[in-house]
Design a protein around this ligand. Structure first.
Ligand code: TYD
Length: 249
């Protein structure tokens, strides 16, 4: 379990393919954080900050696509730098938890494993841009791309055309799914794979269980009767507040 520097919030990133349900899971999780009295903010990539959103527009429109994966990767890191400097780092330093919808693993998977950006470039960008804000936990929602794409196009029907990345083939989505699984295998201390199949409530419960196991938040409501244990006392406020939101509810 990651040790918590009391003054610093936890940085939790969410990853997965198109339509894996990340965004709705993040929104639901925010309410659970609030219910246990923890301060939390949500950001996303590319975007999240005003500079990041400006770059998001360029990236999702496909305007940078013809210049290749490495230029795209650098643009994603430019957006990331602004998000880190203006949103993520200040929040973490003031004790607020940050939930980030995609982070550098997306670049590793989309521009790296399934693109042409080389590892050395990506590693260097990560070291320079993200050194101060390495994720405490990365939740990878794993879902068969066939299911994810169906969800994504259903969601999009009301809005607009598919973006630059949603237009890509199933073979490519399969490759990305595998890349996320490989990545989690390589960094098991930081990454956890969550099965994205099932109802949103079931997936949400799996996520809270993982957060509990890795970071100690969302303690299940069961408590020792004897009392007096330091850990029970420490988590008293949390357990009481989270009675209605235990991981298995
Ligand atoms: P977005 O509309 O935020 O969708 P999603 O719900 O899939 O997160 O689209 C962001 C797209 O940008 C998504 O297809 C993944 C891609 N992306 C990269 O290729 N590299 C990156 O570093 C990031 C952060 C995102």
């Amino acid at each position: 379990m990651a040790a918590r520097n009391k003054k610093r919030g936890f940085f939790i990133t969410f990853e997965g393919g198109e339509g894996s349900g990340k965004s709705s899971q993040i929104n639901a999780l925010v309410e659970k954080f609030k219910a246990i009295g923890e301060k939390v903010i949500v950001t996303r990539e590319p975007g999240g900050s005003s500079g990041g959103e400006a770059v998001r527009h360029v990236l999702l429109s496909g305007a940078a696509e013809s210049f290749g994966s490495e230029m795209e990767a650098i643009l994603f890191f430019a957006a990331r730098l602004d998000n880190i400097q203006t949103i993520i780092k200040p929040a973490l330093e003031s004790g607020v938890h940050v939930l980030c919808d995609r982070f550098f693993d997306s670049t590793r998977v989309y521009q790296g494993a399934s693109g042409k950006a080389n590892d050395e470039l990506l590693n260097s960008l990560e070291r320079v841009v993200c050194a101060d804000v390495w994720p405490d936990l990365t939740i990878i929602i794993d879902l068969d791309p066939r299911k994810g794409l169906a969800r994504a196009s259903k969601r999009r029907a009301k809005n607009t055309k598919p973006d630059r990345f949603e237009k890509e083939t199933l073979a490519l989505q399969d490759k990305r799914r595998q890349a996320y699984l490989d990545l989690a295998k390589k960094e098991p201390d930081r990454c956890v794979i969550i099965d994205g199949l099932g109802t949103p409530a079931q997936v949400a419960a799996r996520i809270r269980k993982a957060i509990h196991k890795r970071l100690g938040l969302f303690k299940p409501a069961t408590r020792k009767k004897s009392g007096g244990s330091a850990s029970v006392a420490k988590n008293k406020k949390q357990s009481t507040a989270s009675k209605g939101s235990a991981p298995n509810d």
